[in-house]
Design a protein around this ligand. Structure first.
Ligand code: ADP
Ligand code: MG
Length: 378
């Protein structure tokens, strides 16, 4: 184990004390008229585990390859630790990349694969041997140094790829869907291992994934991309509980949406069928209220508070750890979903067609910009 002083400081402390690991300013990439990355400003803190998250084609790999130097920007600048790098070739940038396809040299042993970069950099043999041993220990492959890639499992090969990328101690490690080729169980295990490695060495990680659970479980902060645009940057907590757009709310986790008109003075939101629910904040006018299923209470009609909406149970599914109750309410074209953990007796065991009350704490609802017109026009 390599435990450095930096590893024991929190990412937040490091961020305060240092210039950002990466600064993008107006960074854009066009292919003809197609904007793979729209002009983007982004700061990634020193030592952060930063995720680029978005659906396929949203510009994640493009962003990573611009930082890594495998693509030239159409416009904008890239700084790493305060140094302009956007005109430097990839091998002169203080970064290393781990790709989804491990790209190991098949005719070299694990040890030789990991040592390759050090040999290119003419690191003396003794030091190289120490560093290779450290890197292999970091990824838990001490015992397999003399094997060839074909003699390793997918997970082991990916660990070699990580060791190889970390052995020259880059300022930044770029990872492009590194676990994408692995089955779910192994992926979960390697997620935990990668997060541990990150904590141990304190290197800045920029991690691309389309898997929201992966991003939520690993990242200090996440940038959510859609169609070449950064929709939101925030901690997993902020992205989940305070999304700023319907796209983000929809992409991360599950959400209930209600089209409403907000009346700020009255502290209320009026639904499509004319009923109102309490809501503080936002701006007067049309909006979309988002409420997460686990924030939604549901109970027999007689038991809800006065401000509860009235509805009817469409379906109840017992999923072991939790129960999912789908409720038809007049104001929503799709059933409203409540998720109840444990054995909340008021909700568990509700039969279909039961009349129920549905409510939530006003603070648990988020007002999002109404994008109906845009969607209809598109
Ligand atoms: P992601 O990694 O999020 O799946 P990419 O960054 O690979 O997305 O791609 C973003 C967009 O740019 C996509 O629409 C893709 O088709 C387009 N694109 C990527 N590379 C090229 C290329 N060499 N020529 C033209 N279009 C490209
Ligand atoms: Mg990609």
């Amino acid at each position: 184990m390599i435990v450095t002083e930096r590893a024991v400081e929190s990412a937040a402390e490091r961020q305060k004390a240092h210039v950002p690991a990466i600064s993008l300013r107006g960074l854009a990439k066009r292919y003809g008229r197609h904007e793979a990355l729209q002009p983007t400003d982004l700061d990634i803190g020193d030592g952060e585990f930063f995720c680029l998250l978005g659906p396929s084609g949203s510009g994640k790999t493009t962003t990573l390859n611009l930082i890594g130097g495998f693509l030239a920007p159409s416009e904008g600048t890239i700084e790493i630790r305060g140094q302009r790098v956007d005109r430097l070739p990839a091998h002169r940038r203080p970064v290393n990349t781990v790709f989804q396809s491990y790209a190991l040299f098949p005719h070299m042993t694990v040890r030789e694969n990991v040592a390759f970069g050090l040999r290119m950099a003419r690191v003396p043999r003794g030091e190289s041997a120490t560093r290779v041993a450290e890197a292999l220990a970091l990824v838990g492959l001490e015992g397999l140094a003399d094997r060839f890639p074909a003699q390793l499992s997918g997970g082991q090969q990916q660990r070699v790829a990580v060791a190889r990328a970390l052995v020259n101690r880059p300022a930044v490690l770029l990872l492009d869907e590194p676990l994408g080729a692995l089955d779910l169980k192994l992926r979960k295990r390697l997620q935990v291992e990668l997060a541990q490695i990150h904590r141990e060495i304190g290197t800045t990680f920029v991690y691309v994934t389309h898997d929201q659970e992966e991003a939520m479980s690993m990242a200090d902060r996440i940038a959510v991309l859609d169609e070449g645009r950064v929709e939101q940057v925030g901690t997993p907590e902020q992205i989940y509980h305070r999304p700023t757009s319907r796209f983000v709310a929809d992409f991360i986790g599950e959400s209930n949406f209600l089209e409403v008109a907000l009346d700020v003075a009255a502290g209320a939101a009026t639904l499509a069928d004319g009923t109102t629910v309490p809501f503080a904040g936002g701006r007067n006018g049309p909006a979309v209220l988002m409420i997460r299923p686990e924030s939604v209470h549901v109970a027999a009609a007689s038991q809800g508070p006065p401000e509860a909406l009235r509805g009817r149970v469409a379906q109840t599914s017992n999923l072991g750890s939790h129960t999912r109750v789908a409720v038809s309410i007049p104001a929503s074209p799709t059933p409203f979903t409540s998720v109840v953990y444990g054995r909340d007796r008021a909700a568990v065991g509700l039969e279909p067609d039961t009349d129920v009350a549905v409510w939530w704490e006003p603070d648990d609802a988020v007002a999002l910009p109404d994008t109906r017109e845009k969607e209809e026009g598109a």
